[in-house]
Design a protein around this ligand. Structure first.
Ligand SMILES: Cc1ncc(COP(=O)(O)O)c(C=O)c1O
Length: 480
């Protein structure tokens, strides 16, 4: 843990214990730096992190104050306790049914997997698309098939370098979104019947991939704040039966969990010790609410056991379907599978994104996007606190754009989803996120999928529905 994270955690603990109360002012940055003998910038980073957690608020020329939200009546969900049996997976029919149902309605899309398209520089991308295609020599359209547009691969490698990760241009395969990269990676490192470790809950597409490739899944206990349980991971690896891991260590879907860097490092060491590859699904890494981009496990991977998969779908160009795998020793295997399945990712969107990146402005766009998402997270948390029944549990992620809610145990999330769609709001029900369709009373909500006022309105609509369902449950269980 860095110095500023430690300071932030200490102050957060004082707030939780009530030693610092709502409205109290934190010591000034200068006082704190003198008392602690640390730099003012470290203190500032700690305060900024607390602000991003929503527990303090800066007031102009006055300092940092503890917010009402700091004494949040809504607790976070507990670490999951999945069945520790290996499972064959049959989730696809349910996923398709739920996605189709949501598509049939005109709704505020809190069930969506993407941020609001209005948050992206679509005009500039369109100009880049036109300019890049006019410039591209016709031959180039065919030369970069299979591994992808060379200039874009160089730009991706440069972005890794900025994050302190060495990535060879030849180890990067451009794919149709991260989904393609993840699926090809899993196929490259497994045979039917192999066992794959996943989080619980996990992104349903990992379960669909496991189902399609006729693999088996073992779900690991996962903390909504800090991700997959390391002891459980080690026990599974030590059994010698695991062929691959598929985790989302940074702003996990659906929990939003962020594995602390010290644990990411320990995970990289475990993978090397047991020689098991990890597919690191990292599509939300740029969408952090704090001051620093969290480093992926790939940053600690000295022996090359991590295949890092990401895309521009969630941070720049939704619908362009441009992603990649940074795959080290598995690069050629992934390329071969890519050639066999679809030959290559489409060239024009790659050329457009490459042109956009070359023009500059991506980092400024990301800063704006992050700021909007962090604000909208608090908007949704406030609306949940106002309208959902007491006892609702909700995550408070440090990035991404999903909240995970645990409702009263008798509430059926799929029934809630049907009612919500009729009322004009979509959501993702919990059973999609596990091999054995657990989490029946949980839902995933997207706080970035619509403008703030719509997020508030939709959350209030859901709150009213959940209250009604909660009350029905109480009546049912009242003895006659
Ligand atoms: C965790 C995670 N990984 C991968 C993807 C797919 O990314 P892409 O749209 O780039 O294929 C998603 C999309 O929802 C996701 O949530």
């Amino acid at each position: 843990m860095t110095q500023y994270e430690q300071l932030a955690d200490e102050i957060h603990a004082l707030i939780r214990s009530g030693s610092l109360r709502v409205g109290d002012r934190l010591p000034s940055v200068r006082t704190c730096s003198e008392r602690r003998k640390i730099s003012q910038s470290t203190v500032f980073q700690a305060y900024y992190l607390l602000e991003s957690r929503g527990v303090v608020q800066a007031r102009a020329r006055s300092g940092y104050y503890v917010t009402p939200r700091a004494q949040d009546p809504l607790k976070g969900p507990e670490t999951s306790r999945p069945s520790l049996e290996t499972q064959t997976v049959a989730i696809n029919d349910l996923v398709v049914e739920i996605l189709n149902l949501s598509r049939r309605h005109e709704v505020i899309p809190l069930g969506s997997a993407f941020p609001d398209p209005a948050l992206f520089p679509l005009d500039r991308l369109a100009r880049s698309l036109g300019a890049a295609m006019r410039r591209l020599p016709p031959r180039k359209l065919l030369e970069d098939l299979t591994t992808g547009h060379l200039r874009l691969r160089q730009q991706v490698a440069q972005r890794y370098a900025v994050d302190g990760i060495h990535a060879d241009v030849d180890d990067i395969v451009i794919t149709s979104g991260a989904m393609d990269a993840l699926n090809l990676s899993l196929q490259a490192i497994t045979e039917p019947g192999d066992l794959v470790l996943v989080e619980a809950p996990t992104f349903y597409a990992s379960l669909q991939a496991i189902e399609r490739l006729k693999l088996r899944a073992l779900q690991l206990p996962t903390s909504p704040a800090e991700g997959v349980d390391l002891a459980a991971m080690e026990a599974a690896l030590a059994s010698g039966t695991v062929r691959a891991c598929w985790f989302m260590p940074t702003f996990q879907n659906p929990l939003g969990a962020l594995i602390p860097e010290s644990r990411k490092q320990a995970m990289a060491e475990l993978l090397a010790r047991y020689q098991v590859p990890l597919i690191e699904d990292d599509v939300y890494g740029d969408l952090y609410a704090g001051t620093h981009k969290p480093r992926p496990i790939k940053a600690f991977d000295k022996q090359g056991w991590v295949i890092h998969c990401a895309s521009f779908s969630k941070n720049l160009a939704p619908g362009y379907r441009v992603g990649w795998a940074c795959a080290g020793r598995w690069t050629r295997a992934i390329e071969r599978l890519k050639v066999m399945s679809s030959l290559s990712a489409s060239v024009p969107p790659q050329a457009a994104i490459s042109d956009y990146l070359a023009q500059g402005g991506f980092d400024l766009h990301l800063r704006r996007l992050r700021k909007t998402l962090a604000l909208q997270r608090d908007v949704m948390l406030d609306a949940i606190a106002e309208s959902f029944p007491p006892g609702t549990r909700v995550t408070r992620p440090q990035g991404g754009y999903f909240l995970w809610l645990e409702l009263a145990p008798h509430i059926d999330a799929i029934e809630l989803m049907r009612q919500a769609l009729t009322a004009g709001v979509s959501l993702m029900p919990g059973p999609l996120f596990s091999a054995d369709q657990r989490f029946a009373h949980c839902i995933r909500l997207n706080f970035g999928a619509a403008p703030a006022h719509e997020v508030t309105r939709a959350t209030h609509i859901l709150g009213a529905l959940v209250r009604a369902l909660a009350a029905e449950g109480r009546t049912d269980s009242t003895p006659a």
